[in-house]
Write a protein that binds this ligand. Structure first.
Ligand SMILES: NC(=O)c1ccc[n+]([C@@H]2O[C@H](COP(=O)([O-])OP(=O)(O)OC[C@H]3O[C@@H](n4cnc5c(N)ncnc54)[C@H](O)[C@@H]3O)[C@@H](O)[C@H]2O)c1
Length: 250
């Protein structure tokens, strides 16, 4: 018997990076999946790849309340949620446009809140397990990460409140805080784009970043750690933040 056999799992941001790696991991472990992402074409590819494990898809912006109202009935019977969709940006506070601040918070914080609420409503009376993808940016402040870092720090607090509220209903809630992970989220971040120019390629830029941040993870490593937090082996872990950053935040 696989560890997530017959369990229904929602993964947001499931069409790429950490979300896609987590969807693959959960499918390998026997879960049935509802994949959510706003990138329709990438979501189609992920759905085609995971074939028999797919129980449904939700295509849209996780920060839109109407999306979750529309799909509430699809989440009935939910056992697992991975609240993972997120975006990044750079820029020091003096240069940060308010619209950019709002854009980051609307996906990373509003989107997570709405996903959480929908998942906890679907799990009410039955129990379940939820993992949130935070970031080491919430734990180690760095110049240029105001919006992203604040959104992730807010999420960690939200996770702890949800863990307390959920424990009475058998809903176990935790977070993972990755350091650097090799995914497309880095594209468009000025510091990373500069490194791509300097080193000549994305792969070389990731290698250079790895040296700067001690170690870089592959999305599959983070996915395996998320799966552990979701599993019954982690039954005693509630409201925790698993820092997975190669020692960067020490
Ligand atoms: N890659 C890293 O170094 C790193 C480090 C720490 C934390 N994280 C966090 O991990 C999570 C996943 O990031 P990733 O690195 O896999 O990025 P990614 O860009 O590879 O994948 C993110 C996915 O989320 C989807 N998405 C983005 N905004 C959305 C929205 N509003 N509604 C629905 N879907 C949306 C994208 O279409 C994409 O498929 C994010 O929350 C990110 O902040 C990433």
């Amino acid at each position: 018997m696989q560890r997530f056999s017959n369990r229904l799992a929602l993964v947001t941001g499931a069409a790429a990076g950490i979300g896609l790696a987590t969807a693959r991991q959960l499918a390998n472990d026997g879960a049935r999946l509802i994949l959510a992402d706003r990138d329709e074409s990438a979501l189609g590819n992920a759905t085609a790849e995971l074939g028999a494990a797919i129980a449904g898809t939700i295509c849209g912006d996780v920060g839109e309340e109407a999306l979750w109202d529309e799909h509430a009935s699809q989440l009935q019977g939910l056992d697992i949620a991975v609240i993972n969709a997120g975006i990044a940006s750079g820029g020091e506070i003096v240069d940060l446009a308010f619209a950019e601040w709002r854009r980051i918070l609307s996906v990373n914080l509003d989107g997570a809140f709405l996903t959480w609420r929908a998942a906890m409503r679907a799990m009410a009376g039955r129990g379940g397990a939820i993992v949130l993808t935070a970031s080491v940016s919430a734990l180690r402040p760095q110049p240029g990460t105001a919006a992203y870092g604040a959104s992730k720090a807010g999420l960690i607090h939200l996770m702890k409140v949800a863990a307390k509220e959920g424990s009475a209903q058998g809903i176990r809630v935790n977070a993972i805080a990755p350091g650097g992970v090799e995914t497309a989220i880095w594209r468009g971040i000025p510091m990373f784009e500069d490194m791509v120019c300097e080193t000549g390629s994305e792969a070389a830029a990731f290698e250079a970043l790895g040296k700067l941040m001690v170690r870089y993870a592959k999305p599959e490593e983070i996915a395996a750690q998320i799966a552990f937090l979701l599993s019954d082996e982690a039954a005693n872990i509630i409201g925790a933040v698993l820092t997975s950053d190669g020692g960067y935040s020490l």
